[in-house]
Design a protein around this ligand. Structure first.
Ligand code: PLP
Length: 390
């Protein structure tokens, strides 16, 4: 049996591997604190669950149109107008099974041998994995810890060549918690005018997890970018719906039919019941979203303080998402070694910075999508482990 050669370049998302290892240890009776998670620990708000239940009894058992239910696409357009202040046509919305498919479709659409795709590193590992799979050259840009991992438009623009087809931006960002401030987005958009051959994929899946009054700056707020940007967002993080698998892309008019064709080839459409529940998520009360955000904010402050109290760790205050990304180089331990030791010896699941790309070495990612008590206990174990390490 010979697999297609492209399989050898396909990467993965380490979070799922660590999760499986943690579950196996738990099955053997070991107590594990989960600080690796990329999912809100809250249940999906009850009004959304009820809408899903009702959809199931109401007979939403069949395919929907490939682009998604028209009412849901309208609800997405309304939401983009009220939350981002950008007017879009519901016909440009493609409802997909999760946040990831928009990323996959965009990278497959723009990546091939001879093309270059620019992406954040450290960054969500699937960007790099998909770029390699597409055959394009992966061109990483770093994020500076000293500047709170904020993105530098100048550094990113300097990487553009005639072969660049796609530029990936993620704000707020996984794993760093950094954001693209308006001043940098303005510079990026101005600089891109000189490079009309570049399309932007803006991953805004953490758009609702922002703290300290920071505003969310969306690529769709720039009229000159509407025809050359793909917006990625979804329900997973905002509405605690990671297991429901639903997301959306807003595509330029000249790309939406191609994106829909990839969807028809791969998944046909997103789950019908989930789509009906997602209308309730967008149009129903938003109190649960605000409550979850307030909890994340409290835990953010706790994790920041606790991480900075660990000898050899130094952590900038995350501005968005629900991750802290401390610099752990002061421990002198490689991040993958630390990931393994903390899981197997200390009973703390967290992720090595290296699993987010080569520029992530010397860092670790801790998620604060867990209770304050678990965060405190997890980091107590980390401190104890490092203190007792030979
Ligand atoms: N984009 C980023 C930056 C993420 O961190 C994640 C999930 O962790 C996704 C996209 C994918 O989201 P989903 O679980 O909805 O596919």
């Amino acid at each position: 049996m010979t697999l297609a050669s492209r399989m050898s370049v396909l990467g993965t998302e380490t979070a799922f591997e660590v999760f499986a290892k943690a579950k196996a240890l738990e099955a053997k009776g070991k107590d594990i604190i989960h600080l690796h998670i990329g999912a809100p620990d809250f249940s999906t708000p009850e009004n959304i669950v009820e809408a899903g239940r009702k959809a199931l009894t109401d007979g939403w058992h069949k395919y929907t149109p490939a682009k998604g239910l028209p009412e849901l696409r309208e609800a997405v357009a309304e939401n983009i107008l009220s939350f981002r202040g950008a007017e879009i046509d519901p016909n440009n919305v493609l409802i997909v099974p999760g946040g990831k498919p928009t990323m996959f479709y965009a990278i497959m659409m723009f990546g091939e041998a001879g093309k270059e795709i620019i992406y954040p590193n450290p960054g969500f590992p699937i960007y790099e994995s998909m770029i390699h799979w597409s055959g394009a050259k992966a061109v990483p840009y770093g994020l500076e810890e000293e500047k709170g991992f904020a993105f530098s438009a100048e550094a990113v623009l300097a990487l553009i060549t005639p072969a660049t087809s796609l530029l990936i931006v993620n704000t707020p960002a996984n794993p760093t918690g950094g954001i693209v401030p308006r001043s940098e987005m303005d510079k990026l958009v101005a600089g891109l005018e000189k490079h009309p051959h570049v399309t932007v994929l803006c991953d805004e899946i953490y758009s609702r997890q922002l703290y300290d009054g920071e505003e969310h700056v969306s690529i769709l707020q720039y009229p000159s970018m509407i025809d050359r940007s793909i917006l990625l967002d979804g329900w997973s993080k905002t509405y605690a719906m990671t297991g429901w698998r639903l997301g959306y892309g807003v595509w330029p008019s000249h790309l939406i039919a191609d994106a829909e064709r990839i969807q028809i080839n791969s998944s046909s459409c997103a789950n019908a019941v989930t789509q009906v529940a997602a209308i309730e998520a967008l149009r129903g009360p938003q109190t649960a979203v605000d409550e979850m955000l307030a909890s994340f904010d409290e835990r953010r402050k706790i994790i920041h303080e606790e991480l900075n109290a660990i000898p050899g760790f130094r952590c900038v205050m995350p501005k968005g998402a629900f991750y802290a990304f401390p610099n752990t180089s002061g421990t002198g331990i490689a991040s993958k070694t630390l990931e393994d030791e903390l899981l197997n010896e200390a009973g703390v699941a967290c992720l090595s910075g290296k699993s987010f790309g080569k520029f992530g070495e010397g860092y670790m990612r801790f998620s604060y999508a867990n209770s304050a008590d678990n965060i405190r206990e997890g980091l107590r174990r980390v401190r104890e482990h490092l203190a007792n390490r030979q």
